[in-house]
Design a protein around this ligand. Structure first.
Ligand code: NAD
Length: 366
């Protein structure tokens, strides 16, 4: 079958890591008999340079036509890049927010998985790591505080800022269903995270999640307050399967979860809507500090492509093959610079650059 993949290479290390993900997809195509056609879409700093806008209507239309979109990353050095002299709505990140909104990408999935081979990159103690952990953070992406009304104004002579956190039951229901569906394909446990002891929006969240849970009697549901969840992630990360939460809590918790795995260069993500369409991208940014040096870790982008195979194209076998190939390369002790072990163990591994890592993974797809 032929799949149309929109490709946003973007800025910084984006084009370098996307090149490797395409290499791996092409190998999947050869081995399993599919073809992937790519349509380059401009977004972020490169789009500002070419069109004056971080995302044009034409680019949105291209993304809408694709079966799924694979993205590198966008943005530059926020202190020195001229893109950050522009008004906020013209900066690179505005393009991504607009794309998410235009495509109605309300569900963000971020796996946090600790590879046995990279155990020593994990900052947690051995007794806490135990047998490792494998969780999926499901974050609501188009509602809540980041999309509510906001204003800064003088009130009675005092400068005052106000942000609004709004959720309706439909927004909660659709993300909750997605969370339970994903849990069903995993270890069948959902931890719904809120602040129901304080916030009305959280009390509604909890009520709707409980209603949805009735349709999934095979999935265990527990509720956890967000402050406790922040602690539990470093105290006992192995207890989590799917963490289901609203936009801001998910933003913070998913970064925390990714740090306990040790390297940002390993972490994939997906943003999904009501259909099979999704936007797949590494969790990290454009890493301007290492851009152009050929040393960025492409694994997060390659694993994002695997998520695309699984969630947008229903190609589970092919996704498994990519994930196995990544594991195999780690087992054979190949590492990019960001996942190199401590000095004393360096001799036991082989350091490789971005393109070589892509080659090694592609060669092991079978
Ligand atoms: P960053 O994730 O780009 O970099 C943080 C650190 O992690 C850097 O030292 C970088 O070298 C390293 N790193 C990140 N990805 C790596 C990889 N694949 N391999 C090896 N090392 C890697 O975060 P930042 O420096 O805060 O942001 C840089 C730019 O990226 C900013 O403009 C920011 O707005 C943007 N950004 C974009 C996205 C996105 O495109 N979705 C997400 C986050 C940040």
């Amino acid at each position: 079958m032929n799949y149309q993949v929109g490709v946003i290479s973007g800025d910084g290390i984006g084009p370098e890591v996307v090149r490797e993900a395409k290499k791996v997809l092409d190998k999947v195509g050869q081995v399993f008999g599919h073809t992937f056609s790519y349509d380059e879409i401009l977004m972020g700093g490169v789009s500002i340079d070419a069109t004056g806008m971080p995302l044009t209507e034409e680019a949105i239309a291209q993304a809408q036509k694709a079966d799924a979109v694979l993205m590198g990353s966008i943005g530059g050095n926020t202190s020195t890049s001229p893109w950050y002299q522009l008004p906020p709505q013209l900066r690179p990140e505005a393009g991504l927010l607009k794309l998410r909104k235009s495509l109605n990408l309300f569900a963000n999935l971020r796996p946090a998985y600790l590879y046995g081979e990279l155990k020593e990159a994990c900052p947690l103690r051995d007794d806490i790591i135990g047998d490792g952990f494998d969780m999926m953070i499901m974050r609501e992406l188009t509602g809540g505080l980041y999309f509510g009304n906001r204003v800064t104004e003088e009130r009675d002579g005092v400068l005052t800022a106000e942000d609004t956190l709004t959720y309706n039951e439909n927004e909660i229901r659709r993300i909750a269903k997605r969370g339970f569906d994903i849990a069903r394909k995993r270890r069948k446990k959902v931890t719904s995270v809120d602040k129901a002891n304080v916030l009305d929006s959280s009390r509604l969240w909890r009520k709707v999640v409980e209603e949805v849970a009735k349709d999934y009697p095979d999935v265990a549901l527990e509720h956890m307050l967000v402050d406790n969840c922040a602690m539990q992630l470093v105290k006992d990360p192995g207890q989590f399967d799917v963490i289901l939460t609203e936009n801001m809590f998910g933003d913070i918790l998913s970064d925390e979860a990714s740090m306990v795995t040790g390297s940002i260069g390993m972490l994939s993500s997906a943003s999904l809507n009501d259909t099979k369409f999704g936007l797949y991208e590494p969790s990290g940014g454009s890493a301007p500090d290492i851009a152009g040096k050929g040393i960025a870790n492409p694994i997060a982008t390659i694993l994002s492509a695997a998520m695309m195979l699984r969630y947008s194209f229903d190609l589970d076998r092919e996704a498994d093959a990519v994930e196995r190939a990544v594991q195999q390369v780690l087992k054979e002790n190949y590492r990019t610079i960001d996942i190199m072990p401590q000095e004393e163990k360096k001799a036991s591994v082989t350091q490789v650059g971005t393109a070589k890592m892509g080659d090694l993974i592609a060669e092991r797809i079978k």
